[in-house]
Design a protein around this ligand. Structure first.
Ligand SMILES: [Zn+2]
Ligand SMILES: [Zn+2]
Length: 235
């Protein structure tokens, strides 16, 4: 207790985003409550399945190709301003502890569960994992596991290869781009598996991971991400 208090005096913690000093109550946070409130929540109306905002013309193009076991995907916040900065800190800033702040914003994304459920982080390929030292989705899954009190299955899904940066591809090309990227261990004993990733763009990565888990026996899959990137020219 004392050493923590002394450490605080020596190093007053400040919010990563607005640099305001954190109160003792928030001393373990990276982002202050005000900045977390400023993250722009993704809200309905949306496609019931992929959570992408409507209006759509005809059936949703984003989730039409998804494997049947993937029931729905939800994201907490739009990837803009402070949320973008926070994701960057999680991914490249060497600040995995920020996962707790992101997970706190994801409370409302928790899918329904029926029977034993577990969290499955989207894995990195081994080379990328060595470079970064940690998997940001794994950090996020562990933070959610503390909140939701369900286990993390960090080894269930394996990434066979890293996929090229996908920023300019259409949803269809992205799906082709990640085809066969994952393999999964036996998943049949879990009634519900919840895939966890930091950012949703077209959902291609989540869909491909779901395909591998479906082939391994998973029946009910959901996806949750902290952020959702707006897709240019896509309705
Ligand atoms: Zn702040
Ligand atoms: Zn959809």
């Amino acid at each position: 207790m004392l050493s923590a208090a002394v450490e605080q005096l020596l190093l007053p913690a400040e919010c990563l985003l607005c640099h305001a000093l954190l109160t003792p109550r928030d001393a373990n946070r990276i982002v202050c409550p005000l900045c977390r409130q400023r993250w722009k929540a993704v809200r309905p109306p949306w496609c019931q399945r992929c959570g992408q905002p409507e209006p759509h013309f005809g059936p949703c193009r984003l989730c039409a190709q998804w494997p049947a076991a993937l029931r729905s995907v939800r994201s907490a916040s739009w990837l803009e301003e402070g949320a973008r900065h926070a994701v960057h800190a999680l991914k490249y800033g060497g600040l995995p502890r920020i996962a707790d702040d992101l997970a706190a914003a994801m409370t409302g994304t928790r899918p329904p569960s029926d029977g034993p459920s577990a969290l499955v982080p989207i894995p990195l390929a081994p080379k990328r994992l060595r470079e970064r030292g940690y998997n940001q989705s794994d950090m996020l899954a562990r933070a959610l596991a503390r909140q939701w009190r369900i286990p993390v299955l960090a080894d269930l899904l394996v990434r066979m290869r890293e996929t090229p940066t996908q920023t300019t591809l259409t949803p269809e090309t992205r799906l082709a781009n990640v085809a066969g990227a994952f393999t999964a261990g036996t998943a049949a004993r879990w009634a519900t598996l919840v895939l966890v990733d930091d950012v949703f763009t077209t959902g291609a990565t989540l869909a491909e991971a779901a395909r591998a888990l479906e082939a391994a026996g998973a029946r009910r899959l959901y996806g949750v991400t902290f952020a959702r990137a707006a897709i240019p020219d896509f309705t």
